[in-house]
Design a protein around this ligand. Structure first.
Ligand SMILES: Cc1cc2nc3c(=O)[nH]c(=O)nc-3n(C[C@H](O)[C@H](O)[C@H](O)COP(=O)(O)O)c2cc1C
Length: 438
């Protein structure tokens, strides 16, 4: 079976099989944004679950602009307690010959309003998120010196990741966070060297990679998560993604992970647009070879033009689909997200042949009998149902991090309510912590 074959990366590191646990924000740091024993428990479980690579949830580089309260933050010199916590986390996540890569990110204009009423972005364009349900800070344009500072922050986080035992890093340049905002002609309307041509829009990503490479050396894996497209009219298109992939191919990178969408069109989770302005969005077209993996068609087109190993994440559920994707050379690595929240041992079970598919929770879970989510003729309700399932995944992560078993009985409604309750409390504490510190 292709899925069980090793893969050697350009830097020389060998991945023991073709599975990558894709990044999933954990939300389990306390208000001080330090890692803790819950990260150890969670990654202990996942490392025992069989994936060749575990990518962490997005670790932030600026306490003012994070993705959510509960993110781990690496900013400046780290305290001894944070360094020790990172060491314990990496020990747990690298057991079993597993690669543990820290995903590093800056939330840009997708900083929640509850964290900061002002966000930063390449240009001061506001986003119109998820049917208006979530609220984000009002963006202001970054200055040139702030952009240079952000590169230093990414480099600093990567160096600390290496020093504390993480075996690689991934830059989050997908889903509408800062690095991908720079790539988008919709969002990035700068007229300086950081905007305009695609080469200029990709400058932040490319300079960040080369800055990190110069500090971590040639044998340390660096990966990028990139949108195959933002699926927005006038946004970062598939053609542009292909061009950026070619630039990345020349940039001393080890793995490119393909995903798609932003908070305005959440194709990353096969949710599509809940934005009222449907006319602005584009639907991804699926591969006819493996229909379950919804970015595979785009990825296989990219793969034809690059020699860099390619991972695809989004929708993979069956060994049949995964093996086919690998056999047809559409990708080299299979990324898995949601299934590993509900079945942390899934990869072992697929590799041993004990199972041939993940449980399709995203097709099973409903908001509640009174809403009749999946059968509803109303698109919003159907979509909300899938959105709610993200919060269900968050709750399963909390269970595993508390050393408990996954609890499939958690309802979507309770997951939603409990998430927003806890998130509001933690965001408040987080803000207070940083206000008191400054
Ligand atoms: C609970 C949850 C948290 C996520 N957090 C992140 C994240 O921090 N960084 C990231 O790049 N993608 C994140 N994603 C997207 C996943 O990495 C992945 O691209 C997506 O779930 C599609 O893969 P799947 O169909 O196997 O779930 C998250 C997804 C979920 C469900």
């Amino acid at each position: 079976m292709k899925i069980s074959k090793e893969l050697q990366l350009p830097c020389g590191v060998i991945i023991k099989n073709r599975f990558l646990k894709s990044a999933m924000t954990e939300g389990i740091a306390n208000e001080d944004a330090e890692a803790n024993s819950r990260h150890v428990n969670l990654y202990d479980r996942w490392a025992k679950g069989g994936s060749g690579v575990l990518v962490t949830g997005n670790v932030q580089v600026d306490h003012r602009y994070i993705e959510r309260a509960g993110n781990v933050l690496i900013e400046g010199e780290q305290s001894n307690s944070q360094r020790n916590a990172l060491v314990e986390w990496s020990k747990a996540g690298t057991q079993n010959n597993t690669q543990l890569w820290m995903q590093i990110s800056h939330a840009g204009r997708q900083t929640p309003y509850g964290i900061n009423t002002e966000s930063v972005a390449p240009s001061a364009n506001r986003l119109q998120p998820l049917g208006g349900v979530l609220k984000f800070g009002n963006p202001r344009e970054l200055t040139k010196s702030e952009i240079l500072d952000i590169i230093d922050r990414f480099i600093n986080a990567a160096v600390i990741a290496k020093e504390t035992g993480f075996t690689g890093v991934q830059l989050h340049s997908a889903h509408g966070y800062l690095l991908s905002e720079f790539l988008s002609p919709n969002i990035n309307q700068r007229s300086d060297e950081w905007g305009g041509s695609l080469q200029n829009r990709a400058r932040l990503l490319l300079e960040t990679i080369s800055g990190i490479r110069s500090k971590v050396g040639n044998d340390f894996p660096i990966s990028v998560k990139l949108n195959s497209s933002d699926f927005q009219k006038g946004g970062f298109s598939h053609e542009e993604s292909l061009e950026v992939a070619k630039m990345l191919d020349q940039s001393n990178l080890d793995l490119l992970e393909i995903s798609g969408g932003t908070y305005e069109n959440f194709t990353a989770l096969d949710i599509g647009s809940m934005n009222l302005k449907e006319s602005r969005t584009i639907k991804p077209s699926r591969s006819t070879v493996v229909r379950e993996a919804y970015f595979l068609k785009y990825a296989s087109e990219i793969k034809e033009h690059i020699s860099l190993p390619l991972a695809v994440t989004g929708g993979f559920r069956s060994t049949d689909g995964m093996n086919k994707a690998l056999e047809t050379n559409a990708c080299d690595i299979i990324g898995l997200g949601r299934p590993l929240c509900s079945e942390p041992d899934l990869v072992n079970n697929l590799l041993s042949g004990h199972k041939s598919s993940a449980i399709l929770y995203e097709n099973i879970l409903e908001l509640g009998p009174w809403i009749l989510g999946l059968n509803s003729p109303f698109k919003m309700i159907k979509s909300n149902n899938r959105v709610a399932q993200v919060y269900w995944c968050y709750r399963q992560i909390l269970e595993i991090a508390a050393k408990k078993d996954v609890d499939p009985k958690i309802s979507l409604i309770s997951a939603l309510i409990n998430h927003f309750r806890d998130d509001a409390k933690l965001s408040k504490k987080y803000k207070k912590y940083w206000q008191d510190l400054n």
